[in-house]
Design a protein around this ligand. Sequence first.
Ligand SMILES: [Zn+2]
Length: 427
Amino acid sequence: MRTWLVLAIAACGGGPRYLGAQLPDACGTDAEACAGWMAERDLDAGNLDVYGDAALRRYVQSVADRLARGTRLAHPPRVVISDHDGTYAAFGDRIVIGRMAIEKLGSEAELAAIVAHELVHVEGRHATVSLFGPEADERWLATRRDAEGIADERAVMLLERAGYAPAAMQRALEAELDAGDDAADDEHPARAVRLAHVEQLAGGRIAGFEGRSELLEHLRGMVLGRDTRLGVRVEDVWVIAALGVALDLSPRDVIHIDGDSVVVRHAKSSLTAYPIGAPWARELAAGLDDRAETDTALGRISVGTAPAHPRSEAPLARLEQSIHDLLPQPTPGTWVVILDRPRGGLVLELSAKTDPFIRDRWLHGLRAATPAELAAAEPRHLRVVRAPRAGTVAELVLACPDPDAAGKLDRADRVLGAGDPIKCTDR
Ligand SMILES: [Zn+2]
């Protein structure tokens, strides 16, 4: 594996840079650490996906450090907070924890439970197995499901070793696993099976550090839900506040919004717009076929055709693809416009290169966002208030500005004492 990685780095950059940044020293000596750095660089530079709260990252890292002392790991993996849902162990010693996964948790012990589960994947090198293991067949998927069971089981033990309440494991899984998703999928056992398993392992042991105030103190002011700064519809405008740009939408078009991207359809033509990180935007722009570029008041605009990326079965090519496939990128053969702004890039994919209507659309519809549009795109943030009396979360959130939204941030039946912190939204 080491040889592949070192070769891949040379092949990716042709020099000591990756996505616009200097490769760290580890890339000469420790291939796995280097690959981890590259994966984090993908998140950070590629698609605006890292949640940039350094204090929160350090706090979650401290929880990981405490848990890692109970493992066989020589050093704790690096924690990265992503701006989306979902939590996973990335290869190269990284644990990626979604901000939207954290917002559902009610204590430091529950956060530790999620981190502990991912630590076991790192300890068992499960992410490396996924990337370098055989193609997914029945046997591989069965192994994968077993890995989930093992991670839950060993996580309960790690919690206890680190002094956290083992019963937090079940609460954390209840918060994270979608209640509607009760069947086993290809890679995970059923939710009910996992919950029963950890409940039995924890054996009702509630002794240990819980740390509700500690967690909530660090979540104060955190962005909640999908980060609308990456793209949100404000009346007839698609506003990308993170880039300071707006795209006018015409009522005659069919508009489809898919997470952070917008798809505008007109007859047989379509335009898809989504933000990406500035270094990745520059790399994509440089690789366009038949490229032309022009400097405008909004930034540098490159147009061209997205190149085909050939598929190869060679191990080296597979690794490069695995890393680059994580990044958002245009479909090969589409006509592409890339706007390069200091804070990031915007990709516009146009299905029909000759359709003048769609072509004019981006030319005339793309502009700087107004202050009012930027304000409207601001996401909600977490506000922590003190419970005026004892009660359940369901009762206490009635004092929040938006009780429905606040109720979704915590379990309704959790019992709090007077003075305990409650999670509210700021509007
Ligand atoms: Zn897992």
